[in-house]
Design a protein around this ligand. Structure first.
Ligand code: NAD
Length: 254
């Protein structure tokens, strides 16, 4: 079995690469900037006696996506699992968003994920042994965030893409699901060196940020044979963050 994980040079992507290697998958790793990070992930995969293949992929360069997935499929003798993990965002008020930033965030989070999934699914269908696709979205697949319009729109779109692919690929034995994290301690949230269990988040029921390995374990379940009847869903992993809306006003009033 082989899995391709985009953006596996750090954070949730790296944790997922290691979790799937532990479960017996060979791993295709893509990175955009951090080659050393990607090599470190590969070393960890190999320490579990699995094959690791590293490729550069800037998802904003649409023309490169299919080529990279095809190359990894070939190097790994067939992709069984794709995890569309790579993502990026901006922090700009709606009134000030530049078209170039809008395009970049949608290109990486949505168009890149579409192209990667289509390329991987074509290989899966061609081989006829089914497959698993997991799209890493966000709680912002479901609720908005101030100052993050392109990210929120892209993640909502990725949720829609998940459902469309689930519908059309089921007959080929391919399941497609989203994993929607809340705050996870990774470079994206500036917490890569911190233990999330030591941090307080009183606004979240579980009271702390999540650990990338907790997200990786959910992804690993969704890619396992046990999850064959699970498709088209969005699995929120947020320590209960999305349950807090009704209490927001009460908390603000003190
Ligand atoms: P991270 O910074 O460790 O990982 C982001 C990954 O995206 C990196 O590996 C990077 O190489 C890749 N990437 C960025 N721009 C790219 C581009 N142009 N082309 C290709 N790859 C690119 O952060 P993370 O938290 O592990 O993020 C992984 C995923 O989880 C993202 O999709 C993110 O939106 C999502 N997410 C994270 C959190 C969180 O709190 N950390 C919450 C919700 C969703």
């Amino acid at each position: 079995m082989a899995a391709i994980i985009t953006g596996a040079d750090s954070g949730i992507g790296r944790a997922t690469a290691v979790a799937l290697a532990r479960r017996g998958h060979d791993i295709g790793i893509t990175y955009s900037r951090d080659e050393d990070g990607a090599k470190a992930t590969a070393e960890e995969v190999r320490s579990h006696d699995r094959q690791a293949e590293v490729r550069h992929l800037d998802l904003a360069q649409s023309a490169d996506v299919q080529r990279t997935i095809d190359a990894l499929d070939d190097a790994l003798s067939g992709v069984d699992v794709l995890v569309n993990n790579a993502g990026t965002g901006t922090s700009t008020p709606f009134l000030d968003i530049e078209l170039a930033d809008w395009r970049d965030v949608l290109a990486v989070n949505l168009t890149g994920a579409f192209l990667a999934a289509q390329a991987a699914a074509r290989h899966m269908v061609g081989r006829g042994r089914g497959g698993r696709i997991v799209n890493v979205t966000s709680v912002h697949e479901h609720v908005p965030l101030d100052g993050a319009t392109p990210y929120v729109v892209a993640k909502h779109g990725l949720g829609g893409l998940t459902k469309c692919m689930a519908l059309e690929l089921a007959e080929h034995g391919i399941t497609v699901n989203s994993v929607a994290p809340g705050e996870i301690a990774t470079p994206m949230t500036g917490q890569e060196d911190e233990d999330p269990r030591e941090q307080q988040r009183p606004g979240v029921p579980v009271g702390r940020p999540g650990d990338a390995r907790e997200v990786a374990d959910l992804i690993a379940y969704l890619t396992s044979p046990a999850a064959g009847y699970t498709t088209g869903g969005s699995y929120v992993i947020d320590g209960g963050m999305l349950l807090m809306a009704a209490q927001a006003n009460q908390l603000a009033m003190g």
